[in-house]
Design a binder for this molecule. Structure first.
Ligand SMILES: Cc1ncc(COP(=O)(O)O)c(C=O)c1O
Length: 303
């Protein structure tokens, strides 16, 4: 385990340590927007394998991914659980993509920052725990920042079982003088992981109730918008295509008419058009106000 200054910085370090300029890094969209910029800003190319959406549930399209792999494809950047679609990947799905990476000599960087946030009935599986070969081929990134709202302390943990990969990662970390992390971050990480269980359990219960409230509200009062039921995380992926607004205009409608600001689906890459990502880790009263504003704007739109 190495302490690092954040998950996204660690993705950048892994890209520099394990790939060459011009190499292809696979990501599965719609996905957390910095995945795109961290690859391009480090001079690598993104190979996008769009997730498939069927009956309100997203899945990885492994057959399509297989066709995209070539000699220059050297890394998979996995988002597990997946932001924004909220999937907790099942063991079988992880094994399938993991085997493909092993066959094709592709290193897996698994961003598991949302790993503590599974809803009841779902259990997160770290891909590195599925087999010895996957452990040797995976760099796992975690942090207390999502679960405990500590992003401002810039502290994350990089787990690398393979000694050779760990040495190469460490050498890039060291060359950029990033070996020392925020002391407050270390204290907060220790406190969160040693004393935070009860808080996390209560927080997840609250978020699940927020989700149920949102889902019922949408079904009863704004059926043009559908929430994709998450297995994990407080980020809800809203399918707004039923509003029949030009996808490029959805964000403007939300901000200017509903007066609520969400993340625009467009920034999550292919498959994100016409969607919005809402953060429901907030007091119920705020969520209620947001939904009421949204309803008023939609009622106006219907006229
Ligand atoms: C999937 C994912 N990775 C990384 C981050 C950010 O991590 P950090 O602040 O440690 O760079 C986020 C924050 O939203 C995220 O959702």
């Amino acid at each position: 385990m190495l302490l690092c200054p954040g998950v996204v910085p660690s993705i950048a370090l892994a890209i520099r340590a394990f790939t060459m300029p011009g190499d292809k890094v696979i990501i599965q969209s719609p996905v957390y927007p910095p995945f795109f910029s961290v690859i391009s800003e480090n001079g690598r190319t993104t190979a996008i394998n769009e997730l498939s959406l069927k009956d309100g549930r997203y899945a990885m399209d492994i057959a399509k991914l297989r066709k995209q792999i070539d000699q220059r494809t050297t890394m998979l950047l996995l988002c597990s659980p997946h932001n924004p679609v909220g999937r907790v990947w099942e063991k079988e799905e992880l094994l399938e993509i993991g085997e493909l990476c092993l066959e094709s000599d592709i290193i897996i960087v698994s961003d598991e920052i949302h790993h503590d946030l599974s809803f009841p009935g779902f259990r997160h599986t770290p891909i590195a725990l599925l087999s010895d070969s996957l452990a040797e081929n995976t760099v796992t990134l975690v942090a207390p920042s999502k679960t405990f709202n500590l992003a401002g302390l810039h502290t994350s943990i990089t787990i690398i079982e393979n000694k050779n990969l760990r040495r190469r990662f460490h050498s890039v970390l060291s060359s950029l003088s990033l070996k020392t992390v925020n002391l407050f971050g270390i204290a907060a990480t220790e406190a969160s992981y040693s004393k935070g269980d009860e808080w996390v359990d209560q927080m997840i219960r609250y978020v699940v109730e927020n989700y149920e409230y949102l889902d019922t509200f949408l079904k009863e009062r704004i059926p043009e918008i559908t929430a994709i039921r998450p297995d994990s995380t407080y980020l809800v992926w809203l399918d707004c295509r039923g509003l029949r607004i030009d996808p490029a205009e959805v964000q403007r409608f939300m901000v200017e008419k509903a007066r609520i600001a969400m993340n625009d689906g467009h920034s999550f890459g292919p498959g994100g058009e016409g969607f919005q990502r809402m953060n429901i880790a907030c007091p119920r009263a705020r969520l209620t106000e947001a939904l009421q504003r949204l309803e008023s704007a939609v009622v106006h739109l219907r006229k």
